[in-house]
Design a protein around this ligand. Structure first.
Ligand code: ZN
Length: 387
């Protein structure tokens, strides 16, 4: 039976169990009648549209069904994009129980309407929500699905939230989605360097999403093979999975294993002296590139990143979580110097912006001098219990 017939026959209406509630977003999956637009066994997912949304979004279920089924067809570019990270993504998704639910997000009370898709897991079922509340939003359904399907496909891999968002946004952007780039706009004006490795779901701010996205862009561009590197960082590798290690150490271990097996031919000269890929090597280079990106050194480039409008300079000392960084002056940084495991870089500033950066050794660190407008200091906490 085709989807259209199913609809013409009278759709399957069913009621959901108590509404799962999105705590941070005042958003929930509607407990309402839904039309099931597909019953075709070839579909990798079920497509539902909530009855109320048909009216409030002025949807034509027939057109909707045709459009979505085209988007999910085996020849859709969506799968081509996802295949860059996941082996046979359409089949892999078909093995999971996934419902794509079209709904009117504007009917939900909430102060964060700036997302247009979500993924929610109820027991073994994944509900992927798509917003129909404004006409133009539907242009982003392909990129929203690329994002949310990435979450579905990563489920069970033990990925931390920030890493999932890094990959999901990378796929979203590969599918033409603009939201990751809009998040970068927020990061550009940040007053401090946001946390990269956040484990909350969802991440706390758009700036955190931007950081995660840039990390994926950085890793994917730093080595030849592009997304192949990312692909090889998804799957656990026995020798890399020591549970006491920070998650980024596992990622680095997986990547290094892949890169050495590929002979690392594409590795361009790293600006810092680390000969192999380590968790701290990744973090160092990422933060240096993040802060230096508006310099004229291509080796510091991260795709899509234009650099901060002004360096997010902090005048007060704060405790940095593992893997977190801040930029300040010598006086402020000196307070933190005693802390073990902090690594400090001197950033030199010229008339046209930042132009050089170098790691300070301990002796340098003891004689930091404050030269306003000429130097900043980038400090990264690389002290972790597991390392
Ligand atoms: Zn996400």
């Amino acid at each position: 039976m085709t989807a259209l017939l199913a609809f013409a026959d009278g759709a399957v209406a069913y009621t959901r169990a108590p509404r799962p509630f999105f705590k941070n977003r005042k958003f929930y999956v509607e407990e309402a009648d839904a039309l099931e637009l597909t019953t075709d066994a070839d579909e990798p997912v079920s497509i539902l549209v909530y009855s109320e949304a048909i009216n409030s979004c002025h949807l034509d279920p027939t057109q909707l069904s045709i459009g979505l089924r085209r988007l999910l067809s085996p020849t859709s570019t969506l799968w081509g994009v996802l295949n860059s990270l996941f082996e046979n993504s359409r089949v892999a998704l078909g093995r999971k129980q996934v419902e794509v639910a079209v709904d009117d997000f504007s009917t939900y009370a909430g102060d964060e309407p700036d997302f247009s898709g979500y993924m929610y897991k109820v027991k073994d079922k994944f509900i992927v929500g798509l917003d129909c509340s404004s006409g133009s939003v539907q242009n982003y359904w392909p990129s929203n699905l690329a994002h949310e399907f990435t979450h579905v496909l990563l489920d069970g891999t033990g990925a931390e939230s920030w890493w999932e968002e890094a990959l999901a946004q990378r796929m979203e952007n590969s599918m033409g989605g603009m939201q990751p780039l809009m998040a970068l706009g927020h990061l550009q004006t940040a007053r401090q360097i946001p946390e990269l490795m956040q484990v909350s779901r969802p991440l706390k701010s758009r700036e955190n999403y931007a950081m995660a996205y840039l990390f994926a862009r950085y890793v994917g561009s730093r080595f030849d093979g592009g997304t192949d590197v990312l692909k090889n960082m998804i799957l656990p590798v026995a020798e890399c999975e020591k549970s006491q290690l920070p998650y980024i150490a596992r990622l680095a271990c997986r990547a290094a294993r892949f890169i050495s097996s590929e002979k690392a031919t594409g590795l361009y000269a790293p600006p810092l002296d680390f000969s192999k890929m380590t968790a701290h090597g990744l973090l160092r280079h990422f933060y240096v590139a993040l802060t230096m990106n508006n310099a004229y050194e291509p080796k510091y480039a991260i795709p899509d990143w234009k650099g901060f409008d002004a360096l997010p300079f902090e005048k007060t000392t704060r405790d940095l979580a593992y893997g977190q960084a801040m930029v300040s002056d010598a006086q402020t940084i000196a307070h933190q110097m005693a802390a073990k495991g902090y690594e400090t870089y001197e950033i030199l500033v010229g008339p046209s912006g930042l132009y050089d950066i170098h790691l300070l050794d301990d002796a340098d660190s003891r004689s930091l001098s404050f030269s306003p407008n000429l130097k900043y200091y980038l400090m990264i906490n690389l002290q972790s219990a597991g390392m």
